[in-house]
Write a protein that binds this ligand. Structure first.
Ligand SMILES: Cc1ncc(COP(=O)(O)O)c(C=O)c1O
Length: 462
């Protein structure tokens, strides 16, 4: 397969279909870094602009329509701009309410109650992004334990938070490198990285550094690191070890919260961390995130006390923005009420896609494996990752495999397959993305037919 020629052909088609977007890109680039505010959205040769999004679909400035599996960074479990949330917001704004006020607002209590009742924890504090929430949670853990080390998983992504910008996706005989400039010099030595689902590596880290580990932060479902579930036995051991060593266990449920049922993965597994991070879905498409957990840890951000002992998680101008809180309440209530029919449906569609993609590529002689597979507790998941393998591997089980360029062909996935699917009318991410309640069986089937055409054309070009 001549990847260069295929990519050139795809770019040519994409350019022809997006003259207005190319113009917008060139204009935006004069003011914004590469024409936008989030690097992942600014794929090559240029992103499409001025989108109108509804349900499963996106229409761009040139009138191209896509079925979208990116769905707002996997936030939109009900698809784009769900009517229930829009109606609630329109009503709010028509009443002359909804912009920031700087007052506590009773609705916050309602969102807090839904989340704590569905997931667990004594207290919650809202903020505005997942990255901020994970940062505050680590500051709370450090203050509570009076320790310096943060333990994280290789491949774990917790947002652009200085305490965890190590071991994310840069592979060099493993995932263990600091991946940002501009950090305090000592940061690299304060972050330890351990391998996902590797009990021995976890035990070893606690054996060696247990007295110094302030917290272990882990995603019960690893998102950007490859759509892989943390095993129940692994999280149970993490609970045990953190307890033994008086460290704080933090579950980052920014992706997994309300994605697989109307709650967190922790309640399905029956494991309670000390702190939990929420983001994405809890705002129903608006910016809200939260740290929730044990009262004695959360109290470190309450007013009063010595400034050297308390954490400056005091709040920001837009903390618990009224419109965001209302959107979150409306969205989560809907998920709770429709849990029984909604989650099995999107999970089964996920299973169909995973099986379909693997079979299609296999029938054309390519080794392509999906991730997002459930386990004995989460039967099916609505998240689908696709990996083009360079080696004969049966199953992708770790972020180390996902990011190892000798195992997975990242360029083929993110540049070539992505553009090929866009040219077919499907917007994918991580090789496919997430299925929402707005996606129909017909759209899922059509996406598999597109994969079939692509695989066939690639196998013909060998
Ligand atoms: C697991 C996880 N934690 C934290 C974050 C950061 O959230 P935000 O992008 O809102 O800062 C993300 C973002 O994708 C995430 O996937």
């Amino acid at each position: 397969m001549d990847k260069k020629t295929i990519l050139e052909g795809l770019i040519k088609v994409y350019r022809e279909k997006h003259p207005k977007s190319e113009m917008h890109f060139n204009e935006a680039r004069q003011y914004q870094v590469r024409g936008g505010s989030h690097n992942l959205r600014l794929f090559e040769p240029f992103p499409f602009y001025d989108v109108h999004c509804k349900g499963s679909k996106v229409i761009d400035a040139d009138g191209n329509t896509y079925v979208d599996f990116w769905q707002g960074h996997f936030t939109n479990i009900l698809g784009h701009n769900p009517k229930i949330v829009l109606d609630a917001l329109i009503d709010y704004f028509q009443k002359g309410l909804g912009l920031t006020t700087g007052f506590p607002g009773l609705a916050q209590k309602e969102l807090a109650e839904i989340i704590l009742k569905r997931v667990g924890g004594d207290r919650i504090r809202f903020t505005t992004s997942g990255a901020l929430a994970t940062m505050y949670s680590i500051m709370l853990a450090k203050a509570f334990t009076k320790r310096d080390l943060v333990l994280k998983v290789g491949g774990g992504w917790h947002g652009s938070n200085p305490y965890v910008l190590k071991g994310i996706s840069s592979y060099d005989q493993g995932l263990n490198q600091t991946e940002s400039a501009g950090l305090p010099l000592e940061m690299d030595s304060q972050i330890l990285v351990t391998a996902l689902n590797d009990l021995d590596s976890l035990r070893e880290k606690f054996r060696e550094f247990g007295e110094r580990i302030a917290c272990f932060i882990v995603e019960p479902f690893v998102g950007a690191g490859g759509f892989l579930f943390s095993d129940k036995a692994y999280l149970r051991e993490a609970r045990e070890l953190t307890r033994q060593h008086d460290s704080v266990l933090i579950f980052d449920e920014v992706v997994s919260g309300f994605r697989f049922h109307a709650g967190g993965v922790q309640s399905l597994y029956g494991i309670s961390p000390d702190l939990t991070i929420f983001g994405k879905a809890i705002g129903g498409g608006m910016p809200v995130s939260a740290v929730a957990g044990r009262e004695e840890i959360m109290e470190f951000c309450s007013p009063g006390g010595s400034p050297l002992e308390k954490v400056k998680f005091e709040g920001g101008t837009f903390s618990a923005h009224p419109a965001s809180i209302l959107a979150g309440i409306t969205f989560l209530n809907y998920l709770v009420e429709h849990e029984e029919e909604l989650y099995p449906k999107i999970g089964q569609l996920g299973a169909k896609v995973r099986q379909g993609i693997e079979e299609i590529f296999s029938s054309h002689g390519m080794n392509v494996k999906c991730t997002g597979y459930g386990n004995s507790i989460v039967e099916n998941s609505s998240a689908v990752g696709v990996h083009f393998l360079k080696q004969d591997i049966e199953k992708i089980t770790s972020p180390e495999q996902v990011w190892n360029p000798e195992i997975c062909d990242f360029e083929l996935r993110e540049k070539i397959f992505k553009l090929a699917m866009l040219n077919e009318g499907f917007n994918i991410f991580h090789g496919y993305g997430s299925i929402s309640a707005a996606h129909s069986e017909g759209e899922i089937q059509a996406s598999l037919e597109a994969v079939e055409r692509i695989a066939k054309s690639w196998s013909g070009s060998k």
